[in-house]
Design a protein around this ligand. Structure first.
Ligand code: ADP
Ligand code: ASP
Ligand code: MG
Length: 441
């Protein structure tokens, strides 16, 4: 069985919903289809929540009414029979009444997560209704019955596997099994989510749980490009990536994939294909366990990085210094991305600054602390094995006119990372493309 995930733009309009329905039913194979919310919906739900946090129910209601109007127009365009129009209108009326009910209650992060879940709940119901109207043997399997996170907010893989298998066993014989991406329950049974862009993660978790034949991530571009197409011109699709390479690119900012979604597929050995809904026959990118030697594959950038340097000539070489430093970050549940050490100091980067002040206070016990904000990690991915002579030099050559704050090389065989100021991000990415892939603007 294959698992296919369609992102927000792929189900963003009535026309796209019809095209996706056509695409998933074009063969007779049974498949699992994971859907995102229609594009823009999750952002709108975030906006509604912001109004409710600010105790502005009128502001929230205005946006809810506007969204409802848009969805009602979609109903007219999607369904052709009165039966399915009426059913879907009733469902959506209940949904929007539910959203309006939050304007009357005390609003916390718990209510926010319930609101954010409604985008995927609406899109999956609408697509399932459309498939049923078309006579397809389709069923909606609620993700809230299958996907759960543990006390560390990490997917509870054993639970997911057991539940997904038993839900499928209880519902045999369907051609299309639809479920929601992104949404889940947490360890306490509350509605939660896998963070923005999390539908990719849902698809990979389900694909890994079922040991699927393949996981397909359908989006609005023809696969992973060799640089960020939103920033650099003339980027090109990469046809094949090793799991490790894809995982590094996703973690270091390639928006086409959720930062940690590749891990479950990698552990289960299930290949992932990135495909283009706008051009379904394009080859896209295949991610598997094959490693192509001697090639630099792509560049990605991760924003909003903070760099912390601790200098202490007295302490650094003492046993246990690094452990003490890392323990401080562990205490504040803050993960470190890059590390560089020297005889007199250590620099680390973090992407979550919510406990920065406390971390700095504790680090000051061990030396002089300095902080650089507004930094970006630029990550070059490919065969960066030390035996592949010359590639790291080429990457460094591309950065010859750029102030580089840190360089990390050798942590894996697939990556060299540079820390630069946010203002130098665009020129750095472009220069890397020009030098590594010979792409001039
Ligand atoms: P979806 O809604 O389908 O999940 P996303 O917007 O999350 O789609 O991801 C697709 C977008 O990712 C593309 O439209 C593209 O602008 C952006 N993107 C950023 N970096 C890359 C890259 N290296 N390769 C391809 N797309 C990228
Ligand atoms: N709808 C969610 C978001 O916009 C999840 C996803 O699209 O993957 O972040
Ligand atoms: Mg996405």
């Amino acid at each position: 069985m294959k698992v296919l995930k369609f992102g927000g733009t792929s189900v963003g309009t009535p026309q796209r919903i019809k095209e996706v329905s056509q695409l998933i039913t074009s063969d007779n194979q049974s498949k699992i289809v994971v859907l995102s919310a229609m594009s823009g919906t999750t952002n709108t739900l975030v906006e509604i929540s912001d109004y409710l946090y600010k105790k502005n129910p009128e502001g929230a209601n205005t946006i809810i009414n506007r969204l409802e109007h848009k969805y009602m127009q979609h109903v007219e365009a999607i369904y052709s029979t009165d039966e399915w129009k009426t059913k879907t209108i009733q469902f959506l009326h209940d949904e929007f009444d539910y959203l309006r009910s939050f304007t009357k209650v005390h609003f916390t992060s718990f209510e926010e997560k319930v609101i954010l879940a409604q985008g995927e709940i609406m899109s999956t119901n609408m697509v399932t209704n459309y498939l049923l109207e078309c006579g397809v043997k389709a069923i909606l399997l609620p993700a809230l019955d299958m996907i759960r996170t543990d006390k560390n907010s990490e997917p509870d893989f054993n639970y997911i596997k057991e539940r997904t298998l038993s839900v499928l066993q209880a519902n045999p014989g369907y051609q299309i099994y639809i479920t929601q991406g992104f949404i889940c329950r947490n360890a306490y049974g509350e509605i939660d989510n896998l963070l923005r862009g999390g539908s990719d993660y849902t698809a990979c978790l389900i694909g890994a749980a079922l040991q699927a034949e393949e996981i397909q991530i359908w989006t609005d571009i023809d696969g992973m490009h060799n640089n960020d197409p939103r920033i650099v011109e003339h980027t090109l699709p990469v046809r094949q990536l090793h799991f490790e390479e894809a995982a590094e690119l996703a973690y270091f900012g390639a928006k086409i994939l959720h930062p940690t979604c590749i891990q479950p597929a990698k552990f289960a050995g299930v290949p992932v294909r990135l495909l283009n809904t706008m051009d379904p026959t394009a080859p896209g990118t295949t991610i598997n366990n094959q490693f192509q030697a001697g090639q630099i594959k792509a560049v990605a950038a991760k924003d909003n990085i903070v760099c912390i340097q601790i200098q202490s000539s007295r302490m650094l070489l003492a046993h246990g210094f690094l452990r003490k430093v890392f323990e401080i970050f562990e205490t504040y549940k803050t993960s470190i991305d890059m590390v560089c050490t020297s005889e007199v100091g250590v620099s680390v980067t973090i992407d979550n600054d919510s406990h920065l002040a406390d971390i700095i206070d504790e680090l000051k016990k061990y030396g002089t602390v300095s902080v650089d904000k507004d930094m970006v990690i630029i990550c070059v991915v490919g065969d960066l094995n030390s035996g592949n002579v010359g590639f790291e030099t080429l990457a460094c050559e591309a950065l010859k006119n750029i102030p580089v704050r840190m360089i990390s090389y050798g942590g894996s065989n697939h990556n060299i990372s540079f820390l630069v100021h946010a203002q130098d991000k665009k020129v750095t990415l472009q220069s890397l493309s020009d030098t590594l892939f010979g792409q001039k603007v």
